[in-house]
Design a protein around this ligand. Sequence first.
Ligand code: TRP
Length: 368
Amino acid sequence: MAAKTIDTGVRTGNPTPETACNFQARTLNFRPSMSDKQKPLILTGAKPSGELTLGNYLGAIKNWAVMLDQYECFFPIVDLHAITVRYVPAELRRRTYQCLAQYIACGLDPEKSHIFLQSHVTGHTELSWILSCLTPVGDLHRMTQFKEKAAKPGASVNAGLLFYPVLMAADILLYNADRVPVGEDQKQHLELARNIAQRFNQTYSETFNIPEPFISKAGARVMSLQDPEKKMSKSDENPGEAILLLDSPKEIRKKILSAVTDSGREVRMAEDKPGIGNLLNIFSAVTDRSIEELEKEFAESGYGEFKNALADALIAKLEPFQERYRRLIEDKTYMHRVLKEGTEVAQARACKTLSKVYRKAGFIERLR
Ligand code: TRP
């Protein structure tokens, strides 16, 4: 009789949950507290690209920080994703620490969330292999981000770049995340992750939650200072486009003063004033004051006065952040402790999912 190749989900043995990871037994003592169990699980990853921009903070991280009490939060720094493009190993290491220190300095409290490195948890790459065997290669070729990155002159179009979204799906599904805060540019990847999860559930049996995107109402959309039609992002060719969280007061003022504005001289929100509109949005997000209030205050001022006031507000806002950052980046012992604790929780969760997945996919239980 021919052997059945697909496990229908019917249990034959009595595998312990840690089967797939029994070599990591040390980390398996973690049991989520009742309160954690009842909270929905949020997960979002960021590549360790080193310097975060004001856009990253106001549009994303600031909002994650207010979710800490309501949700169980997982914040992997996705270092494995960082090597899909050309990179320098020593830089990656430095940037990973920088990213961690900036996260914490921004208010992601490690006591209330799980911050860890993707490369420290066994399971992300293993799960991504299983998922890749359920992903049509055509789906990956259709991803907008892949097409854009592959089209860059001199790009190395490696298989990892193509498989990037499968690894991202694994990041999410490994923890059975309920919600995933993502920006516009990652929606397509999240949709793919949902499709992959559904395909796994249909092929084997109900295993994964179908993760929902988490679009926060509060997030400010921060645009480039040089081209307000474009999202603010770090650009090597034109550093004036973005305020970096670690910019000095002098740099901040210079960038704000040379931000493009519009014709006319009134400080107000209007269709034909995307430059001033962007600066008003930033001002409002940084000071928690309403646009109307700011329009009133600067009704009689010209652009110069308005921009100087914005620079003052930004410098004041970033100063305590930078102070915290400088202390953290010097304190490797503390950073390692944060990572170790985050990894322990993440690894325990990952092992559970992975052993379930292996079992359902028909692998024989690991022998001890
Ligand atoms: N691809 C995401 C980005 O470039 C980063 C990422 C990796 C991610 N894994 C994730 C985001 C899981 C959310 C959930 O921004």
